[in-house]
Design a protein around this ligand. Structure first.
Ligand code: ADP
Ligand code: MG
Length: 274
């Protein structure tokens, strides 16, 4: 049965989509059956793994609003082991349309329940909001990754997000855990970045992933080619960072396949080269 991981932060531009795409692709490359669920109406995860929005006839919107079975909406990507539930701009309206649904917070959980056995990991890319769709994602999830950009206002808004997670834990999903806080867009040349990492580590201690995602232009270029970075430039720092993150999560949850043990990295990439 899949481990469902939400990627959430109501701040935009912190690296949610980049993390969702590249973590999902890393799991897939490590031969774990993976489903990427795009729960953001902007559909950046959908296009980032190579789908043309013009060709998408059914999306997460149909699963959530029209009761379309998830199986009918799943698309196979070009990457072995990686399937996608695409998003659509229609999803913007879903929150209003679902307002009178009974158990409206459980819609995504119920939709994914039927396909959970087909995967090892389901990664959900959330929108920059704490609205109903994100609450659905947190309710469906076993764990949540919180990307935090290495910048001055890094911790701003984090309290609100953690509070929402707490509410979901109390009322909807007591099993939900924080998989980790992920520092993104790290630039070792900047003192500020190092200060932010130290501050977040001091504050959140073990909740912060060892893996730090560096600022890397390959990560920002890859989506325009419709590819996760591991297919665009496998040797790039961004690619290695996300592979490292996947392995850290596998190790943390004791999910490592025996033959991968010796390939698990323990070092952090903290030099500055791209
Ligand atoms: P979110 O989904 O939280 O809004 P994105 O993942 O879309 O954030 O990232 C915002 C922008 O920053 C995008 O243009 C993305 O390509 C870029 N970006 C994200 N992570 C990195 C990184 N580690 N290095 C360089 N650019 C990045
Ligand atoms: Mg996004």
């Amino acid at each position: 049965m899949a481990r469902i991981i939400g990627v959430a932060n109501q701040k935009g531009g912190v690296g949610k989509t980049t993390t969702a795409i590249n973590l999902a692709a890393s799991f897939a490359v490590l031969e774990y059956r993976t489903l990427l669920v795009d729960a953001d109406p902007q559909a950046n995860s959908t296009t980032g793994v190579g789908f043309d929005l013009h060709n998408i006839t059914q999306s997460l919107y149909d699963c959530m609003v029209n009761d379309t079975p998830a199986k009918d909406v799943v698309l196979k990507s070009d990457i072995p082991n990686l399937d996608v539930i695409p998003s659509h701009i229609d999803l913007v309206g879903a929150e209003i349309e679902m307002i009178n649904y009974p158990n409206r917070e459980l819609v995504l959980q119920n939709a994914l329940e039927v396909i959970k056995d087909d995967y090892d990991f389901i990664v959900i890319d959330c929108s920059p909001s704490l609205g109903l769709i994100t609450v659905n994602a947190l309710t469906a999830a076993d764990s949540v990754i919180v990307p935090v950009q290495c910048e001055f206002f890094a911790l701003e808004g984090l309290g609100k997000l953690l509070n929402t997670i707490k509410i979901v834990q109390n009322r909807l999903n007591p099993e939900l855990v924080i998989e980790g806080i992920l520092m993104t867009m790290y630039d070792g040349r900047l003192r500020l970045c190092n200060q932010v990492v130290s501050e977040v580590r001091r504050h959140f201690e073990d909740m912060v992933f060892h893996t730090i995602v560096h600022r890397n232009t390959r990560l920002s270029e890859a989506p325009s080619f419709g590819k996760p970075v591991i297919l665009y430039d496998a040797e790039s720092k961004g690619s290695l960072n996300y592979l490292h993150l996947a392995k850290e999560i596998l190790q943390k949850n004791n999910l490592t396949k025996i033959n991968q043990e010796d390939r698990i990295l323990t070092t952090e990439h903290d030099d500055d080269s791209e």
